[in-house]
Design a binder for this molecule. Structure first.
Ligand SMILES: O=c1[nH]c(=O)c2ncn([C@@H]3O[C@H](COP(=O)(O)OP(=O)(O)OP(=O)(O)O)[C@@H](O)[C@H]3O)c2[nH]1
Ligand SMILES: [Mg+2]
Length: 197
């Protein structure tokens, strides 16, 4: 059996790591460095890009990171990449309350993956977005804002559906599928160049 290509994911979040393992484990040998990388203030792309540059320097080799966000339509996309600080401060009930007084409960879950071939190599960005709405908490509370995000077209929240179902269409699935396609093409290219040499 062919050995799987190695892929290093730098994250301090064990739930992300577990989903990544389910999403990429069949295709790559996923390794992890568990660090809470510093996060700049900016768009999701800017945050992910800077995390990735830092991660590549630390790992001294190819690496990928991701930054997740949850943006509310009524708040012009905020908290977005700052959702972690809101979640830590007011909890999921507080996030639901933030939308009291607004009829617009729409929300967008985003995953911005950044991959770098190594230190000094400009990160490449892959994005996944799922539209949905904010609802009262439903389902298991083990992962962030999953209990209050109901993706459009489903009666369940991310937390009340099976994680196997979440992983077939989630913001993370969409971003990671693009990363996978990119890496597989790159591998094919390297193989064909090796044959020409
Ligand atoms: O219910 C959820 N379903 C998800 O699918 C999901 N993905 C991320 N999150 C949470 O949203 C914040 C993102 O912040 P974040 O991207 O900076 O992550 P992090 O700091 O925990 O890890 P990392 O930066 O080391 O990778 C953190 O609070 C995460 O726990 C999620 N919550
Ligand atoms: Mg973080």
């Amino acid at each position: 059996m062919a050995t799987k290509q190695k892929l290093l994911f730098v994250t301090g979040n064990k739930n992300k790591l577990s989903e990544m393992q389910d999403l990429l484990g069949d295709h790559f040998q996923l390794d992890n460095i568990s660090i809470d990388l510093p996060e700049i203030q900016g768009s999701s792309i800017e945050v992910a890009r800077e995390k990735c540059r830092k991660a590549a320097e630390i790992a001294k080799g190819p690496v990928y990171v991701e930054d997740s966000g949850l943006g509310f339509g009524a708040l012009n996309g905020l908290p977005g990449p700052y959702i972690k600080w809101f979640l830590d401060s007011v909890g999921i009930e507080g996030l639901v309350k933030m939308l009291d007084g607004y009829t617009d409960k729409s929300a967008i879950a985003s995953c911005t993956v950044a991959y770098s071939a190594g230190p000094g190599s400009e990160p490449i960005i892959f994005e996944g977005i799922v539209k949905g709405s904010i609802v009262d908490p439903l389902g298991s509370r083990h992962f962030g804002w999953d209990p209050i995000f109901k993706p459009d077209g489903y009666e369940d929240t991310y937390a009340s559906m099976d994680v196997a179902l979440k992983n077939t269409f989630s913001h993370r699935f969409l971003a990671v599928s693009k990363l996978r396609q990119y890496l597989e093409k790159e591998l094919e290219l390297r193989k064909s160049l090796a044959v020409m040499e």
